[in-house]
Design a protein around this ligand. Structure first.
Ligand SMILES: NC(=O)c1ccc[n+]([C@@H]2O[C@H](COP(=O)([O-])OP(=O)(O)OC[C@H]3O[C@@H](n4cnc5c(N)ncnc54)[C@H](OP(=O)(O)O)[C@@H]3O)[C@@H](O)[C@H]2O)c1
Length: 300
């Protein structure tokens, strides 16, 4: 039985991982109340006392716009804390599984980003996440870093799907950005892929060696935020969600300025992860349907 320390257990991915990792593993799950990531001594102490085989870090400073004016805290959570986790993993001979982001790229490509492509983040969030990746690689021999994109889940507070459902119930018209494209990714699919990697890490050292390193994982297919919104409303309507929305209008990024610049194109190539876990991630639209069906069953 693998002893797992799950950090960031109350985030949208963290909550999903609690369930997914529970089968066959002994999981210690901690959220902010149990472990404040700005307290480096507390991180070291918790890892030393729990002595896990695997640390899964799902915590992050994810407020992309706020990070532009809160760089110190974004760096603390996204760069310093994961590096401390990596240092402690190294001492224990444990494996650190960490989640990173498509926002490490500048979005100037027009074919899916490979793990070998050079990062060039456009903002503080992506820059601090990249610093976290680098800190892990430099401090720990046994790490798995999974970059993902456009994450949403049933548990998420402010994810795009739930925000669209809320706004679509309140308003008849919405304007959504059409010139940023990427791959929406359901936490349940991502958590499943992470669990498979954790299971493989648990094999003999020799076999596990081959699966360490950097991965990209996003649901298959590419869409824009605008087309994603259209799909959300179509699927939600079919399921009977209450909606007032009559019209969704495409706008450009220039028409919707935000403090942080975002990559115009951030599709991630799933080639490496598909080889290792033995299957392609599901298409984003299929996963959206499943997530909405699940959300519909638990709505009051
Ligand atoms: N969301 C996306 O679209 C997206 C896209 C690409 C990659 N990712 C990556 O995917 C991973 C999971 O993200 P997510 O979407 O699940 O994010 P999330 O829902 O925002 O969860 C992040 C968690 O980190 C916790 N956290 C933040 N600062 C902390 C601190 N100082 N001490 C302790 N805990 C702290 C948060 O706690 P509180 O709830 O108490 O604040 C929250 O539970 C992250 O590595 C993220 O960078 C996300």
């Amino acid at each position: 039985m693998t002893r797992i320390l799950l950090v960031g257990a109350n985030g949208q991915l963290g909550q999903e991982l609690r369930h997914t990792l529970a089968s066959g593993n002994a999981v210690t799950a901690v959220g902010r109340a149990e472990l404040d990531l700005s307290n480096t001594d507390a991180i070291r102490q918790l890892i030393q006392t729990t002595a896990p085989d695997v640390i899964v870090n799902a915590a992050a400073y994810t407020a992309v716009d706020k990070a532009e004016t809160d760089e110190a805290m974004a760096k603390t959570v996204n760069a310093i804390a994961p590096t401390i986790m990596a240092e402690e993993s190294q001492k224990l001979g444990a494996t650190l599984v960490h989640v990173s982001t498509d926002y490490v790229f500048n979005g100037q490509k027009n074919t899916p980003y490979l793990e070998t492509d050079t990062p060039d983040p456009l903002g503080v969030y992506g820059r601090t996440k990249l610093m976290g990746e680098d800190g892990i690689r430099q401090s720990c021999d046994r790490s798995i870093i999974i970059r993902t994109a456009w994450v949403y889940g049933v548990q998420g507070k402010g994810n795009f799907v739930k925000t669209m459902l809320r706004l679509g119930a309140e308003r008849e018209e919405l304007r959504v950005v059409v010139d940023q494209v990427g791959s929406p990714t359901w936490t349940q699919d991502l958590a499943g892929a992470i669990a498979t990697l954790v299971q493989k890490v648990d094999m003999s050292d020799a076999a596990a060696e081959g699966i360490l390193g950097l991965y990209h994982y996003a649901n298959s297919g590419i869409t824009s935020w605008y087309d994603f919104a259209i799909a959300i409303f179509a699927e939600a309507e079919a399921l009977g969600f209450p909606l007032a929305i009559k019209q969704v209008m495409p706008i450009t990024t220039a028409e919707y300025p935000t403090p942080a610049q975002r990559p115009a194109y951030s599709s991630l190539s799933n080639r490496r992860i598909a080889e290792v876990i033995g299957e392609q991630p599901p298409h984003w639209r299929k996963s959206l349907q499943k997530m909405l069906a699940e959300l519909h069953t638990i709505r009051p």
